[in-house]
Design a protein around this ligand. Structure first.
Ligand code: FDP
Length: 354
């Protein structure tokens, strides 16, 4: 990059802040009253705090485990607990949210709405996704999904039942990826926009407007260590992806699996690809959580032109039964998800054997 183009890119006057963008677009939202904008602002403040701590993780005593096993039976990392605390604090302080569901807490957490706000929102989140990667300095993320409580439910009476809405009812969803830069990406159902944190001014700036995912790509993200526990249809799809075809520039596919869903998803959305966490013989429901991993990412990918299914049904149409329920997930570029489906259903084109 030449000196002049660096100077051009460094002119932050060209970039909108997240706050400006939220205010400008708030009229697109049917319940627009400023409350939702403030909720997003609260999320972004917590994201900046988590980002700050994460950037110094090796220097502070926040690597390693808390000694607690969470509701999923997974060992909780100190950063999981810290991120959970920061997001809950920010939402509690902001007063726009009446109920929180978090991967790090067995029950839904009620929030007392402050007298000045109406607090009609429910936030479901995975405060720190990909936590097995934290101690080794690999990108991780936060995923969130936002719902409104039904109009006839007073905020102080909101319960988990009000949160168990299908993904199609989400009013917004997003993620923060703490990677080589920190980005916040979200949708309210009017496209997907990405904001990069400029640490020098502490602002998220609009860097990726109206993101669209390619129809197909060459990236396949799956934990292939589980290959022998996959259904035959899925194994056939994986084998098909690895075949060379002179007429198909996307095959053989590249295997790219960070094992940090937010990071794998983000890369695939930008470059074209598919992320799969299927059912396996031992885990028929897969691993990922419907309410705060699959649904929000399904909303985002659909808004970016992609698809998300559990192998049979569109993710956002699944009827939720519990806060922490799991679901198999196939998500990414639309042609790739369609092709995976065809293989899973045994309707795929004849495979070459040589
Ligand atoms: P993690 O357990 O480290 O939080 O849903 C959680 C998740 O990571 C995803 O981010 C990741 O894609 C997946 O699990 C990794 O699971 P495997 O180690 O079984 O591949």
């Amino acid at each position: 990059m030449s000196d002049s183009s660096i100077a051009e890119h460094a002119d932050l006057g060209d970039f909108k802040t997240l706050e400006q963008f939220i205010l400008e677009t708030q009229s697109e939202y049917e319940h627009s009253s400023g409350s939702f904008s403030r909720l997003l602002r609260d999320m972004s403040v917590a994201a900046k705090i988590v980002n700050r701590d994460m950037r110094r993780a090796g220097l502070l005593d926040i690597y390693g485990q808390t000694g607690i096993t969470n509701v999923q039976g997974e060992v909780q990392k100190k950063m999981d607990a810290l991120a959970h605390k920061e997001f809950v604090l920010a939402l509690r302080r902001g007063g726009e949210c009446c109920l929180i569901g978090s991967e790090e807490h067995a029950e839904a957490i009620p929030i007392d709405a402050s007298s000045e706000s109406d607090g009609h929102y429910i936030v479901l989140m995975d405060p720190l996704d990909g936590s097995s990667n934290i101690d080794v300095n690999v990108s991780v993320g936060t995923i969130f999904s936002i719902y409104r409580i039904p109009d006839d439910v007073p905020p102080e009476e909101a319960t988990l039942d009000d949160a168990l809405q299908p993904g199609t009812d989400q009013v917004a969803a997003g993620y923060i990826v703490y990677g080589s830069s920190t980005m916040l990406v979200y949708t309210t159902g009017h496209g997907v926009n990405g904001f990069t944190l400029d640490p020098s001014i502490g602002e998220f700036l609009l860097s990726h407007r109206n993101l669209q995912t390619p129809d197909r790509g060459s990236i396949c993200s799956i934990n292939s260590g589980n290959y022998h526990a996959f259904d035959q249809g899925l194994r056939d799809y994986l084998n098909w992806l690895q075949e060379y075809d002179e007429n198909d520039p996307n095959r053989p596919a590249k295997t790219r699996y960070i094992g940090s869903f937010v990071s794998d998803f983000h890369r695939n959305m930008l470059m074209g690809g598919i992320y799969m966490y299927p059912s396996t013989q031992g885990n028929p429901d897969g691993k990922l959580r419907l309410m705060y991993e699959a649904n929000p990412m399904a909303f985002l990918i659909e808004q970016a032109g992609g698809k998300a299914t559990n192998g049979k049904t569109r993710i956002m149409e699944l009827e939720p039964e519990s806060l922490h329920q799991r679901t198999p997930l196939f998500i990414g570029s639309p042609d790739m998800v369609d092709r995976a489906h065809a293989f899973l259903q045994g309707n795929a084109p004849q495979q070459r054997t040589s």
